[in-house]
Write a protein that binds this ligand. Structure first.
Ligand code: NAD
Length: 251
């Protein structure tokens, strides 16, 4: 899909990977990028960056675990811009600094609701607006953690494995709705989510040896892959990893 002139929604766009994707979509010529997040002030900062990159920006405060809020997001986007072509289902949370199984039960439930239910319902609600717009591309953010056991973040990786399987099972939506659903599985990316696994802004102790041994990715590295998947006409059902590479010797 040519991104020029298209309408996009990015969830979790206030910071990190979502912010980088929102800006990248604007740089690629999107007409408008709708920023859906629970953090309003940071979303406004993303909006400024999107406008500076040449696109219209609209902040719609949205909790992706709230079905009515998601309905409002899609309704307002179509009403305001007359269509929808691109969705990056990116909002996500993890156990934070309290590992499984001591993570509070409400937090464990919220991880499922944001990371998995938010992606599933977001995809479902995007289908009709995208069909009316002549088709679209949805890119979900999973994680490299989807493919390996990670005991301190057991809930998080379970939801990310679910996103992978959901994405693959959405392959036929290309034929039925003209919508390509794919997902990106990042390794460790330098964002607040990683810092919030520990205390005092430092990644959790269990994560530090891995971080020390690899090149940590930048949010822009993931945004570039999202752009590729949006463009690629063969991306339906694709699950693409952006892995960390080992640190160069002496680095
Ligand atoms: N950082 C990494 O190493 C890494 C690796 C693999 C996958 N991911 C995934 O990438 C995505 C983005 O993470 P990030 O690293 O940029 O983290 P981040 O914490 O910087 O950004 C996540 C964004 O999601 C928003 N958000 C949280 N709950 C929400 C909700 N209920 N509704 C709407 N927005 C909500 C936050 O406010 C935040 O702006 C997540 O799905 C995450 O699981 C991150």
């Amino acid at each position: 899909m040519d991104i020029e002139g298209k309408i996009a929604i990015v969830t979790g766009a206030a910071r990190g990977i979502g912010r980088a994707t929102a800006v990248a979509l604007a740089e690629e010529g999107a007409r408008a990028v709708v920023l859906a997040d629970v953090r309003d002030t940071l979303s406004q900062e993303t909006a400024d960056l999107v406008r500076a990159a040449g696109a219209e920006a609209l902040v719609l405060e949205t909790d992706v675990s709230d079905i009515d809020a998601l309905r409002h997001l899609f309704f307002e986007t179509e009403k305001r811009f007359g269509g929808l072509h691109i969705l990056h289902n990116n909002a996500g949370i993890g156990e934070g600094a309290t590992d499984w199984p001591t993570v509070p039960t409400e937090r464990a439930a919220a991880i499922v609701d944001v990371n998995l239910r938010g992606v599933i319902i977001g995809t479902q609600l995007a289908l009709e607006p995208m069909r009316r717009s002549g088709g679209g591309a949805i890119v979900n953010t999973s994680s490299g953690g989807a493919f390996m056991p990670l005991p301190p973040q057991a809930v998080y990786v379970a939801t990310k494995a679910g996103v992978v399987h959901f994405t693959r099972s959405c392959t036929p939506l290309l034929d039925s709705h003209g919508v390509r659903v794919s997902c990106v599985c990042p390794g460790v990316v330098e964002t607040d989510m990683v810092r919030e696994t520990g205390i005092d802004g430092q990644p959790a102790e269990w994560l530090q040896p891995f971080i020390a041994s690899v090149e940590v990715l930048r949010p822009e590295d993931i945004a570039a892959k999202v752009i590729e998947l949006v463009r690629d006409p063969n991306s339906a059902g694709e699950v693409v990893s952006v892995a960390n590479t080992p640190k160069a010797a002496g680095g």
